[in-house]
Design a protein around this ligand. Structure first.
Ligand SMILES: Nc1ncnc2c1ncn2[C@@H]1O[C@H](COP(=O)(O)OP(=O)(O)OP(=O)(O)O)[C@@H](O)[C@H]1O
Ligand SMILES: [Mg+2]
Length: 235
């Protein structure tokens, strides 16, 4: 599936990712965890092709992604929900969702002209608010829209960067349920940056702990024990 090999990345002269190695288990839900500023978002952007890397290799199903544009990676089946949502505030919910349709039509054979009904089954609120402007939705609704928009592409891999940041508990629960359902019923591979331990434990099957731009521990979620939490997560 996705494999990252000795990746170095710099912003200007400052190195953020250091010979980072990471393997994503296909069909699993992997939580990338670590304190603020360790490079989690930088890593996701590097996977997505939104940031250039200095050296190393990122592959999906054995194919090098390094030289592919972010757009090409979306066509290859990587869906990305950035930190802080990033929907189009002036466009309606429907227009926000439609943006993914051209990519979808290249990826699937079923009625590519319409937003798949599945999106509205997962997030009924989006159907109710189809004609409302994205910017007028609540934070939680915007997050559901951002996830819905990524799902329009019918991705093989869904990457979410702190989807629960600043969101009330009932919507956090719904987002968790959607991730679990898509993983279980469709085998969707999920890569999730998550700081909340409770959510990570409920939803994640694997964890990868980061510190200072490196992955320092990798295991199944049930093996995320107190000493690791104390060393790499507690503030
Ligand atoms: N565009 C940028 N230019 C320069 N430095 C940056 C840029 N974006 C991020 N950084 C720096 O890179 C480091 C890693 O940032 P990153 O956003 O990847 O961390 P993070 O683990 O996602 O943190 P958080 O948990 O706060 O979201 C930080 O020191 C940050 O200040
Ligand atoms: Mg971040």
């Amino acid at each position: 599936m996705i494999s990252i090999n000795k990746v170095d990345q710099l912003y200007g002269g400052t190195q953020i990712l250091w010979e980072l190695d990471l393997d994503i288990v296909p069909g699993s839900i992997t939580c990338i965890m670590g304190r603020n500023g360790v490079g989690k978002t930088t890593l996701l952007k590097a996977i997505m092709g939104l940031l250039p890397i200095k050296s190393g290799e990122i592959t999906m199903d054995g194919q090098a992604l390094n030289k592919q544009s972010a757009e090409k990676r979306a066509y290859s089946g990587i869906g990305y929900v950035p930190q802080g949502r990033d929907i189009f505030p002036m466009l309606t919910v429907e227009e926000n969702l439609r943006i993914g349709l051209p990519v979808r039509s290249k990826r699937t054979t079923d009625s590519p002209k319409d937003i798949p009904e599945k999106i509205f089954e997962l997030f009924p609120v989006l159907k109710d608010m189809l004609h409302r402007r994205g910017g007028d939705l609540s934070g939680g609704q915007q997050q559901q829209l951002a996830i819905g928009r990524a799902l329009v592409l019918e991705p093989k891999v869904l990457i979410l960067d702190e989807p629960n940041e600043g969101i009330q508990p009932n919507i956090v629960k719904q987002i968790g349920d959607v991730i679990l359902k898509l993983n279980k019923e469709e085998g969707l591979t999920v890569i999730l940056v998550e700081q909340k331990l409770g959510f990570a434990r409920r939803v994640g099957k694997e964890f990868r702990l980061m510190e200072k731009g490196r992955v320092v521990a990798s295991d199944k979620m049930e093996n995320l024990d107190d000493s690791l939490i104390k060393q790499y997560l507690a503030v």
